[in-house]
Design a binder for this molecule. Structure first.
Ligand code: PDD
Length: 289
C-alpha cells in the first residue's frame, strides 16, 4: 500500500520513477486532456460524469483514445486499491502521445495515459470556517473561439498566470473575466454568489468549465427548494453580493469573504453557503453508502 502511485499506460511506478518522453505532445504543446476526481471511502465520486467530460474534452480537440473506457475504469480502480487512505486525489491525463516535433496531430499515433493517485492533502479548516479572499485578475479567460474553457485541456497557462497574480496579492485565488468583462470562474473552480435567497453562478456561455460540482449543486439546490439561476456576474455585482463561494471536486464549497479590497456581506462565511455545503455533504454520503 502506498501514499502515491503513478500509472503510465498501465505500468505502475513510484512518483520519482514515473517518467514520460520529452517528445510527448502533452509536454511539447499542452496537447492533452485531463480530469480530477476524488474518492470518498475509496469510491471515486461521480466517476461516470468525470469520464463523460474527459471523452467530451477529447472529442472537442479531435483526440481519439487508443484504449477503451472499460480499461480506463479498471486502471483507476487498480490504483485506488493500492493506495492507503479514503480521500484520494485521482488525476487522469491523456496526451495525444509521442511524435516528431510537428504541430500536425497526426504526428502521433498512440495516446499516453497517465493516472496520478495520491492522498488528498488535508486543507486548512480555516478555509471553511473563516473563508478566503479573491482578486479579480487582469488575465482574461480564453475565448470560447480559442480553446473553449469548457474543454478540460492541459493548457492552463492563463490560469497559472492568474493564480500567480493572486499569490502576489496575498489572495487564495483569482477570478478571470471574459472579453465582455463578466466573471467566468476561478483558476480551478467555479464561482457562485448569493443575492437574497437566490444562488447565482455564471452561465456556460460566459466561457467556463462546466464543473461537475457546479452541475450537482444546480440540481441539488433546486431539489431542496432553493432558488438557483445562471446569470452573468460583473465584478461590481460580485462585490455587492450577500455571500460568495467557490466550488470544485477537490475543495467542495469554499466561502469567499473578500474580493480585492471589498468585504463580501458581513465578511464571514455566509449561512446560506454553509447550508448548501451541508446539503452537498449529505449527497456525497448518500452516493457512497
Ligand atoms: N479543477 N473550473 C476550472 C478551470 C477547473 O479546473 C475546475 C476543476 C473547475 C471545477 O470543476 P469540478 O467541479 O468538476 O471539479 C472549474 C480540478 C479540481 C483541478 O484542475 O484540479
Amino acid at each position: 500500500m502506498s501514499k502515491e502511485i503513478i500509472s503510465i499506460n498501465g505500468t505502475i511506478s513510484k512518483p520519482g520513477e514515473a517518467l514520460i518522453s520529452v517528445m510527448d505532445r502533452g509536454f511539447l504543446y499542452g496537447d492533452s486532456v485531463y480530469e480530477v476526481t476524488l474518492t470518498y471511502n475509496k469510491i471515486p465520486f461521480l466517476l461516470d460524469e468525470h469520464l463523460d467530460r474527459l471523452y467530451r474534452s477529447a472529442k472537442s480537440i479531435h483526440m481519439k483514445f487508443s484504449f477503451s473506457r472499460e480499461d480506463l475504469v479498471n486502471e483507476i480502480f487498480k490504483i485506488v486499491e493500492k493506495l492507503t487512505g479514503d480521500r484520494l486525489y485521482i488525476r487522469i491525463i491523456v496526451t495525444r502521445g509521442i511524435g516528431e516535433i510537428n504541430l500536425d496531430p497526426a504526428a502521433s499515433k498512440t495516446n499516453n495515459l497517465v493516472i496520478i493517485g495520491r492522498q488528498l492533502p488535508v486543507y486548512p479548516k480555516s478555509w471553511y470556517t473563516e473563508g478566503v479572499s479573491l482578486i479579480v485578475s487582469d488575465v482574461l479567460r480564453n475565448s470560447k473561439r480559442s480553446i473553449d474553457p469548457n474543454v478540460k485541456s492541459g493548457n492552463y497557462l492563463n490560469n497559472v498566470l492568474a493564480m500567480a497574480e493572486a499569490k502576489e496579492k496575498g489572495a487564495f485565488d483569482a477570478m478571470m473575466l471574459n472579453h465582455k468583462g463578466n466573471i467566468t470562474e476561478g483558476t480551478t473552480s467555479n464561482i457562485w454568489i448569493v443575492e437574497g435567497s437566490k444562488f447565482i453562478t455564471p452561465p456556460l456561455e460566459a466561457g467556463l468549465l462546466g464543473g461537475i460540482t457546479r452541475k450537482s449543486l444546480l440540481i441539488l439546490a433546486s431539489k431542496n427548494g432553493l432558488e438557483v439561476s445562471e446569470e452573468n456576474i460583473t465584478p461590481e455585482r460580485l462585490k455587492k453580493a450577500d455571500e460568495c463561494f467557490l466550488t470544485s471536486s477537490t475543495k467542495e464549497i469554499v466561502p469567499i469573504i473578500k474580493v480585492d479590497e471589498t468585504l463580501i456581506g458581513t465578511g464571514k462565511p455566509g449561512a446560506k453557503t454553509q447550508n448548501l455545503h451541508q446539503i452537498y455533504k449529505k449527497f456525497v454520503m448518500e452516493y457512497i453508502s
